[in-house]
Design a protein around this ligand. Structure first.
Ligand code: ZN
Length: 81
């Protein structure tokens, strides 16, 4: 699989590390309730199809970015930012 880094261009997936689901909204600062934070940090969906994810170019520029990928085919649908 080839991933387009927004800073370095297209590179092999071995240069990257998956971060997490980028579609989740972070709770408000000071949000109360352990369940709110527990669910944000530890509970994830396992979507099949188009999905927005955080990736880091660990063996390149080390920048984090969002990537839209089809999880069933690994097709890169585009970088988000
Ligand atoms: Zn890069």
């Amino acid at each position: 699989m080839r991933i387009p880094c927004p800073h370095c261009g297209e590179r092999d997936v071995s240069e990257f590390r998956y971060g997490s689901d980028a579609s989740k909204a972070r709770p408000e600062h000071g949000a109360k309730g352990m369940k709110t934070w527990h669910d944000y940090v530890f509970v994830f969906d396992n979507p099949k199809g188009p999905h927005v994810e955080f990736w880091q170019h660990t063996l390149g520029c080390r920048q984090w970015f969002r990537l839209r990928r089809d999880t069933s085919t690994n097709e890169i649908l585009g970088g988000v930012e």
